[in-house]
Design a protein around this ligand. Structure first.
Ligand SMILES: [Mn+2]
Length: 345
């Protein structure tokens, strides 16, 4: 990935050493593997992965691999190190104390935002992998929509199992635990898929494949039975509120602008839209760019992110429509599954 670019940042900022400790998504990013345990030490001119003996060493250009020995602390200690960088988002207090002992003369700095920004703009290989993950996710949805019947699918778990089996049969893992929410359960955006019987009403899905460490994220609403006029209208309004910000995606536009456009479209229903419009996707299911006011992030080339407005009526139902998109001069929807409200029997 962008190891060289990161190393030139280290050089220009006089950082002697970056010390990344499992579990850190940046280790997955640089090594393109999920280790059982690992330390990744990066300098301006080298990168050394200290890997658990239980894992198969990855073959990555620019990274050498050493199996972790019991005396690794003694081997790595270095009083000459003056400036050491960490990821403060994942560094534990236990390891922070250890680092102080190993590098007693070093100043500790944080590189989490530099790494997040670096990772937010995807390389061609990353775009390929996420596109593939999105394609598997869309295909899983199509397969479910085509095969659905209340005889075959009795519970939320049955639906989740079908999607997950499809994903695994297509050489991928799950990006996160599949959400299947039937009826009233759909009013909880992060409903925990249960053995609840499928009931007439909205059936909310939120799931994604993870292909070679790269995630995808998609939500679709289905309907069991025939929606009422009000339900149909809510769905169409939400669909329009999902398409409107996608049309407005442009370089250097703040992500908060997209959020505002979607809420404006929802009108009085914006009060029921209780989360942010989207998030970046990569080796993590939620990563930079963030859509929050504080983050002040703008759309840049090769950003990959979701657009996912939702409205939730407590005790009744909720609906959410989510796509994963690539910005490559214009918005390209990677999760291509249909967004028409399908009525299932
Ligand atoms: Mn999402």
């Amino acid at each position: 990935m962008k190891l060289k670019q990161f190393q030139s940042y280290l050089k220009s900022n006089n950082i002697d050493l970056v010390f990344l400790i499992h579990p850190d998504p940046n280790i997955i990013y640089f090594t393109q593997m999920k280790p059982s345990f690992a330390l990744l030490l990066i300098t301006a001119s080298s990168a050394e992965l200290y890997l658990s003996k239980l894992d198969l060493p990855p073959k990555v250009k620019g990274i050498s691999v050493t199996f972790l020995q019991k005396d690794w602390e003694k081997r790595l200690a270095d009083p000459k190190i003056k400036k050491i960088a960490v990821n403060k988002l994942t560094l534990s207090l236990q390891f922070a104390e250890k680092l102080k002992k190993l590098y007693p003369n070093a100043e500790l700095v944080d590189v989490s935002s530099t790494l997040n920004e670096l990772r937010a703009q995807k390389t061609p290989v990353e775009i390929q992998k996420i596109t593939k993950a999105c394609s598997i996710t869309s295909q899983a949805f199509d397969a479910l929509a085509n095969r659905f019947s209340l005889q075959k699918f009795k519970t939320e778990r049955d639906v989740a199992f079908f999607l997950e089996k499809f994903i695994r049969e297509h050489d991928a893992e799950l990006a996160f635990p599949t959400i299947v929410a039937s009826g009233k359960n759909s009013a909880t955006p992060h409903h925990v898929t249960s053995s609840a019987k499928l009931k007439p009403g909205f059936l909310q899905l939120d799931f994604g494949a993870c292909y070679q460490q790269y995630c995808s994220d998609m939500s679709r609403s289905l309907y069991i039975g025939k929606p009422t006029k009000a339900e149909e209208e809510h769905y169409q309004l939400l669909h329009a509120a999902q398409l409107a910000p996608i049309k407005e995606v442009a370089a250097n536009k703040p992500f908060t602008e997209l959020d505002k456009i979607s809420r404006k479209h929802l009108g009085k229903y914006a009060a029921y839209f209780i989360h942010s419009l989207g998030h970046g996707v990569g080796v993590e299911i939620h990563e930079a760019p963030a859509f929050s006011q504080e983050a002040k992030q703008m759309i840049k080339p090769n950003h990959i992110f979701t657009i996912e407005p939702g409205i939730y009526f407590p005790g009744k139902y909720g609906i959410r429509i989510e796509d994963t998109l690539l910005f490559n001069g214009k918005a390209k929807i990677l999760t291509t599954a249909s967004k028409e409200l399908l009525s299932l029997k």
